[in-house]
Design a protein around this ligand. Structure first.
Ligand code: 5AD
Ligand code: SF4
Length: 441
């Protein structure tokens, strides 16, 4: 048994998406109540948790490499506990123990609430049950930032896109009660948070006491919160009501991440996405007409099974036609148990790589051109802290979610501090960020 009178130290290694980063904040929240503090150094830890991602094979491989390293740590410090959480834990279950004998316990993304019992050995060493209560059980969260906060509004996914493992690891859609979300956001505002990002695999299919546009309307009224963002939206659930909410509600930012996946309607059908390219672009046009200056970002998969050269060229054409502000693009990665993994027409790696490079090259040109077109404009940013690469700079984001680096402002002044909302003139547009200088409001 662990001794709760002594302070214990946890190291959490997070792989994958924002959802996982936020799940790690929940794990820390639960563990803090059990007397744990966190460290960035695995050697100092009494407990190491790997919060894993199985969306693509690469993410899985990275985890297994890291897990292998902890074997030696544990040899030196046998009382150290090692846990595997997240989507690989959910998918692999007991197999994890066979692959790595030194793992102490395993729990899935729907069982974070079990962590209390798992660390104290009050329960068996595996917790991967479907948990339908997950939407109503509010877990404590240990957030680090102080300015921006993630807030989960729904769990799971019902869409079963043919390539995607998420519906198998995170279960069916469950929405949190509006009241609980509202209280969490109000509490965040009270302690000084300025920006919230509503999280869900499919946020715009949120359905509880109200629908997603209704939730946005409610949250827009929380005093102290200046910006509301949300990820990820599914194109098929992008309603006119949501577009109207984005247009009318002052705090809802002018940015949407709207994964297109492919510019070929044939491939979209095989992906089970529920829209054609023509339907997708019509929604993009409607967004741009109703929400001036909106930035639209997307996800693209290169080399889906059966994708012909013509299908690929349709994706390239779509990128040029739509001109996204940015994309995340990935090579198709077969995930065991998904429909696409069993399809015919898998492409060889070189073709997937070539197509991915071409997609990235075309988009890089578009992103750079778009960023340059912002030179000379005035943008509002919220300062998030020191620049990631250049500590002599401050960094912030525009409402359209673009990173802006500015020269350091005197930290004694209110505008030089984390959380300050200031206006900047964009002086340079780069491929992945902007440079600016502060100007009077
Ligand atoms: N292979 C490649 N990319 C994938 N994604 C999801 N599953 C796969 C897969 N099997 C991508 C999609 C999704 C993003 C989060 O990850 O583009 O939008
Ligand atoms: Fe995966 Fe599709 Fe659900 Fe997104 S909408 S999590 S891509 S199944």
């Amino acid at each position: 048994m662990l001794n709760f009178n002594m302070s214990k130290i946890v190291y959490i290694h997070t792989f994958g998406c924002q959802m996982n980063v936020h799940d790690s904040e929940k794990m820390l929240g639960v563990l803090q109540k059990e007397g744990y503090s966190s460290t960035d150094d695995p050697c100092k830890a009494d407990l190491i948790i790997f919060n894993t991602c199985s969306i693509r094979q690469k993410a899985e491989q990275k985890f297994y490499t890291q897990l292998g390293r902890t074997k030696f740590l544990k040899k030196k410090k046998p009382e150290m506990k090692i846990a595997v959480a997240g989507c690989i834990a959910q998918h692999e279950g007991e197999n994890i123990f066979k692959k790595a004998l030194y793992v102490d316990f395993v729990f899935g993304p729907q069982n974070i609430h079990m962590l209390r019992d798992l660390v104290s050995e009050r329960t068996a060493s595996i917790a991967i049950e479907d948990n339908h209560e997950i939407a109503v059980t509010d877990l404590p969260v240990k957030r680090g930032d102080g300015v921006k906060a993630w807030v989960t509004i729904m769990y799971g996914c019902n869409n079963f896109c043919s390539y995607c493992i998420v519906p198998y690891t995170r279960g069916r859609e469950r929405s949190r009660p509006t009241e609980n979300i509202y209280s969490e956001v109000a509490e965040l505002a009270e302690v000084g948070y300025k920006e919230i990002t509503l999280l869900g695999q499919n946020v715009n299919s949120y359905s509880s006491d109200t629908d997603f546009p209704g939730l946005l309307k409610k949250l827009d009224r929380v005093g102290g919160i200046e910006r509301i963002r949300f990820v990820t939206s599914h194109p098929k659930d992008l309603s006119d009501e949501l577009i109207a909410a984005m247009s009318d509600l002052p705090k809802v930012c002018e940015h949407i991440h709207l994964p297109m996946q492919s510019g070929s309607s044939n491939i979209l059908r095989l992906m089970n996405r529920g829209y054609t390219y023509e339907e997708y672009i019509r929604k993009v046009m409607r967004l741009r007409a109703k929400v001036p200056g909106i930035s639209i970002t997307s996800d693209i998969i290169a080399g889906f099974p059966g994708e012909t050269e013509d299908d690929h060229l349709l994706t390239i054409k779509a990128l040029k036609e739509i001109e996204f502000d940015g994309i995340f693009a990935f090579k198709f990665s077969p995930r065991p148990g998904t429909m696409a993994a069993a399809m015919v027409g898998h492409l060889i790696e070189v073709i997937k790589s070539e197509r991915l490079s071409e997609i990235l090259k075309v988009q890089d040109g578009i992103t750079t051109r778009k960023n340059r077109s912002l030179e000379g404009t005035i943008q509002e940013i919220i300062i998030e802290g020191d620049g990631e690469t250049d500590k002599e700079k401050l960094t912030g984001r525009t409402r359209t979610n673009k990173i802006v680096n500015i020269p350091k402002i005197n930290p004694e002044t209110s505008s030089g501090q984390k959380g300050a909302i200031i206006n900047v003139e964009i002086t340079k547009g780069r491929p992945h960020s902007l440079e600016g200088r502060p100007v009077e409001k």
